[in-house]
Write a protein that binds this ligand. Structure first.
Ligand code: ZN
Length: 497
C-alpha cells in the first residue's frame, strides 16, 4: 500500500473511535441514567486512551513525515496532514505521566469549582485552580511559543491567533463599545420586554424549536433534537449531526435562540462533504469560525426584523397570545441591551466585553503576571471598568464559568471572534444578496444558508481562519464591521440620533 492509503486507513481507525466517543458523550448528556456514570467512565476512558495512542502512533509520525513533503496531495489532503502533524507534535510534547496527573486533578478541580460556586466561596476552588493554571503554563512550555506562553494555548482553538493580535482586536473594540453602551443607557429609550413575558408550555416550545430548525434547513434525516441541561451540538459522524436544547418555562426566547444557535453549528457540519470527515477536517476552520456560524443564525438572522416578519405568525400559531403582537414589537423585545453579571445572559453589545475581561485575565495568569488569589478582585474591578457593574458575589462573578476548572485556557476568545467573524461575513453576504432582507421576511432563510454552505460550510477545516476570511471577504479579521453593525442596529432600536 502507498503512504497516502496507509494514512487514510489510520484516520479511519481514529474516526471510528472518535465517533464512538462522541456518541457516548451525547448519550451521557441526554439519556444515560445517573447511576450509569461509573460504568460509562470506564468505557470512555478506554476509548479516549485508544484515540490518544493512535494520535501519537510512531507509524503515523512516519507517514506524516513522508506526506508533508508530497506535493501531489490535494488541497484537502494537505490541510489534513497540516492539522494531524500539528496535533501529533503537540500530543507527543507532553510527558504521558503529566497527562494522567492532569486528568486526575481536572476532575477534582471541577468538583471543587462546583462546590465553591454553590457555597459562594472562592477559597474552596483557589488551590485547585492554582494547580490547573500551573499545568496550563507547563503545557504552554512543552508546546512552545515565540512571544507569549498564552499563544501556545490559543493555537489549540484558534490557529494563528496570538496575544499580540488579540490585543490589537480588543483595544479598539473596547474603546468603541464601552462608550456606546453608556450612551444607550444614558440617552436611549430601552425597548419594552412586555411582549415576550409570560409562561410557556415546554412541549410547545420544543415544537417551536423544530419550526426554527426547519426554517434554516437543518436536516432531521441526518440529525436529532434532544433535551439537555447545557445545550451543545455534536457531529457524531458524517450524516449524523445532533443538536440539543433547553427550555425555560418563563422565557420563550431562550429555547428559540438556543435552537437557532445550535442549529447554526449543526449546519456547518451538515454542509461538509464526507471526504472532509474522512480526512478529520470536520472540526471546522477554528472554534471562532464555528461560533461565527451559530452567531450568524442566532443573531444576524434570529434577532433581525426580517426574521420576525416571517416568524411572528409561526410563533402565534404555537402560542396564540402572540397573535396581536407586531413583528416590530418582538424584534425590539429581543434586542434589549443591559450590562449583566453573567456572560451567558449577555446581549450582542455587552457580550464581547465579558470575553475581553476573561482573555486578559487568562493571558496574565499564564504569563505569571496575575496570581490566582487576586482573581476575584481583578474580576470585579474589570467588570466595573468594562460593564459598569460589580457582581454582588463570586458565584455571579469569577466562579460563573466551568472553563478554567477543567483547564480550558485559551478557549474564551473564540466566542468573541465568532461574533466578529459573523458581522464581517454579513457585510459580504449583503453585497452578494442585495434583497436578503426581503427574502428572509418572505420566509426564504435558505438563501442565506446556501451562501454559508458555498463559502464556509463545505470547506470545513481546509483553510485556517485568516485564509478563510481572506477568501470570503477579501480581508483578515477587522472588528470595525462589528462595531458598525451594533451601532447602526441599536441606535435605531434605542432611538439615538
Ligand atoms: Zn456556540
Amino acid at each position: 500500500m502507498d503512504t497516502l492509503t496507509d494514512y487514510r486507513e489510520h484516520l479511519k481507525e481514529m474516526n471510528i473511535i472518535s465517533s464512538a466517543l462522541a456518541l457516548l458523550s451525547w448519550d451521557q448528556e441526554t439519556h444515560m441514567p445517573s447511576r450509569g456514570i461509573m460504568a460509562r467512565s470506564q468505557v470512555t476512558g478506554r476509548f479516549a486512551k485508544n484515540l490518544f495512542e493512535l494520535s501519537i502512533a510512531p507509524e503515523l509520525g512516519e507517514t506524516l513525515k513522508v506526506l508533508e513533503k508530497d506535493d501531489s496531495l490535494t488541497t484537502e489532503e494537505q490541510a489534513s496532514v497540516r492539522d494531524m502533524a500539528k496535533n501529533y507534535h503537540r500530543q507527543k510534547a507532553i510527558p504521558p505521566a503529566l497527562i494522567e496527573e492532569h486528568a486526575t486533578v481536572q476532575s477534582q478541580s471541577q468538583a471543587a469549582w462546583a462546590e465553591a460556586r454553590e457555597k459562594d466561596d472562592f477559597s474552596l476552588f483557589q488551590p485547585l485552580l492554582t494547580k490547573m493554571v500551573d499545568y496550563a503554563r507547563r503545557f504552554a512550555d512543552y508546546y512552545g511559543y515565540e512571544d507569549h506562553p498564552y499563544d501556545a494555548l490559543l493555537e489549540e482553538f484558534e490557529p494563528g491567533m496570538t496575544v499580540k493580535k488579540l490585543a490589537a482586536i480588543i483595544a479598539p473594540l473596547r474603546e468603541q463599545l464601552v462608550p456606546f453602551m453608556r450612551r444607550l443607557a444614558a440617552d436611549g429609550t430601552p425597548p419594552s420586554t412586555t411582549p415576550i413575558e409570560g409562561t410557556f408550555d415546554v412541549d410547545r416550545q420544543r415544537e417551536l424549536a423544530l419550526k426554527a430548525l426547519q426554517l434554516i434547513g437543518y436536516d432531521f434525516d441526518a440529525g436529532a433534537l434532544d433535551d439537555v441541561a447545557h445545550p451543545f451540538t455534536t457531529a457524531i459522524a458524517f450524516d449524523d449531526v445532533r443538536v440539543t436544547n433547553r427550555y425555560l418555562g418563563n422565557q420563550v426566547t431562550s429555547g428559540l435562540f438556543g435552537a437557532l444557535h445550535e442549529g447554526g453549528h449543526a449546519l456547518y457540519n451538515q454542509g461538509m462533504p464526507e471526504n472532509l470527515y474522512q480526512l478529520r477536517l470536520d472540526g471546522g476552520s477554528s472554534n471562532g469560525i464555528h461560533e461565527s456560524q451559530s452567531r450568524m443564525i442566532e443573531n444576524q438572522l434570529g434577532r433581525s426584523l426580517p426574521f420576525w416578519k416571517h416568524f411572528q405568525p409561526v410563533l402565534a400559531g404555537i402560542f396564540p397570545q402572540f397573535q396581536d403582537v407586531t413583528p416590530e414589537a418582538l424584534y425590539r423585545a429581543v434586542n434589549v441591551v443591559s450590562p449583566s453579571f453573567v456572560r451567558v445572559e449577555a446581549d450582542e453589545v455587552t457580550y464581547n466585553l465579558h470575553i475581553m475581561l476573561r482573555a486578559e485575565l487568562e493571558a496574565g495568569l499564564i504569563a505569571g503576571e496575575i496570581q490566582v488569589a487576586d482573581l476575584p478582585e481583578r474580576w470585579n474591578d474589570a467588570m466595573d471598568r468594562y460593564l459598569g457593574v460589580t457582581p454582588p458575589n463570586d458565584t455571579l462573578g469569577v466562579l460563573q464559568d466551568v472553563h478554567w476548572s477543567v483547564g480550558y485556557f485559551g478557549y474564551f476568545p473564540s466566542y468573541m471572534l465568532g461574533n466578529l467573524f459573523a458581522s464581517q461575513m454579513a457585510v459580504t453576504i449583503r453585497q452578494d444578496i442585495p434583497d436578503l432582507d426581503e427574502r428572509i421576511a418572505a420566509g426564504d432563510a435558505r438563501v442565506l444558508i446556501d451562501w454559508l454552505k458555498t463559502h464556509v460550510h463545505q470547506l470545513g477545516g481546509v483553510y485556517q481562519p485568516d485564509d478563510l476570511m481572506m477568501r470570503i471577504t477579501g480581508e483578515t479579521l477587522d472588528s470595525s464591521h462589528f462595531v458598525r453593525y451594533v451601532e447602526a442596529k441599536y441606535s435605531q432600536i434605542y432611538g439615538l440620533s
